[in-house]
Write a protein that binds this ligand. Sequence first.
Ligand code: SF4
Length: 412
Amino acid sequence: MDLDAIASKVRAGARIDRAEALELYRHAPTPTLGRLADQIRSQKHPGRIVTYIVDRNVNYTNICVARCNFCAFYRPVGSSEGYVLGFDELFRKIDETIAVGGVQLLLQGGHNPDLPLTWYEDLFRAIKQRYPTFRLHALSPPEVIHLSRLSQLPVPAVIARLIAAGLDSIPGGGAEILVDRVRRLLHCYGKATADEWLDVMRHAHRAGLRTTATMMYGTVETDEERIEHLLRLRDLQDETGGFTAFITWSYQPANTELGGTEATGVDYLRTLAIARILLDNFDNLQASWVTQGGKVGQLSLAYGANDMGSVMIEENVVRAAGASYCMDEVEIVRNVEDAGFIPKRRNMHYDILGDPIFRERDVPRMLELRTAREEGDTHTPDELVNYEARSRAGKQLRVISNPGAPSPRSAN
Ligand code: SF4
């Protein structure tokens, strides 16, 4: 297959197929891939604007029954290191987020069998009551599937109940690689098959929610399987048009059961570029500086990215696996401007909200990146006694934290 012919096709704005994508990904020189991706980025986003969002990534619990072997974040049910954040703690985090100009919470967590659907509904309603305009970008597809199984309700019914409680959009986490051979090897086939992940997004889009899509590469997958992942996302986007953005990051191996080594920065840039070329129906691609660092994040803007993602206030999952890059708004803006772009704040729908907030008013500089556990959260917030626990350990904790209390109300 002729690389020049494929590159000409991309330059002409034509869609490329699986074989052409694989040829480009494997054999095109890295600068060529970058130039092709940059051309598409500049056509979709003329004016050299690069966006970012001020939000907060909060992990409400680290207790998880899924036990993916690439994950350093989760703790099994009954672990002394397990936690669930209380409503008051979450309110405090929202207050801090608003103080730095934040507009939304990215709320994700483990598959905790002791948190029923009603806990999420009550939490979302409580947040919306206190902060009516604050947005909830919450619960990745595997969490929605977990709630569907826990509540024995179909996925569309779970999504409808979460929307009624205040859910605004769904993050694209838990996609890893959307190929079941890979998912079985990563022990994440049980939490969601490739079809199940895509189906949650399909239902969410039909219900009127916008969502993001992700890809975690660098574990056991082949180049063909990375391309397959991107094609499955492209097909669903053709069908629904519901994805706002695509984000890819490399597997972070430290402290995981799977182990291994981290993919290189060059691999990241090539993967980002082929995603920009192949995902011709996605408007926005984020730079993953949290896993790649500020410099590769900045370079991403020449390899197809038009967005710097989220200003770092808190992140616990990749940090647990060794990634510790951290940039506040001042740092993000400096990286964007030094690369020759114009930084603008946005919301989850990629509407421009304005110039950097720190140029409009005084905001605190980087809040210290700490895990929720180190912040001294109680493992059993008071309100948990109102929700029925399913695991033996969860039931014991309810009794210990509130001896003599009446029986909890039944879940759902
Ligand atoms: S990646 Fe998510 S679902 Fe898998 S073990 Fe970690 S917290 Fe659980």
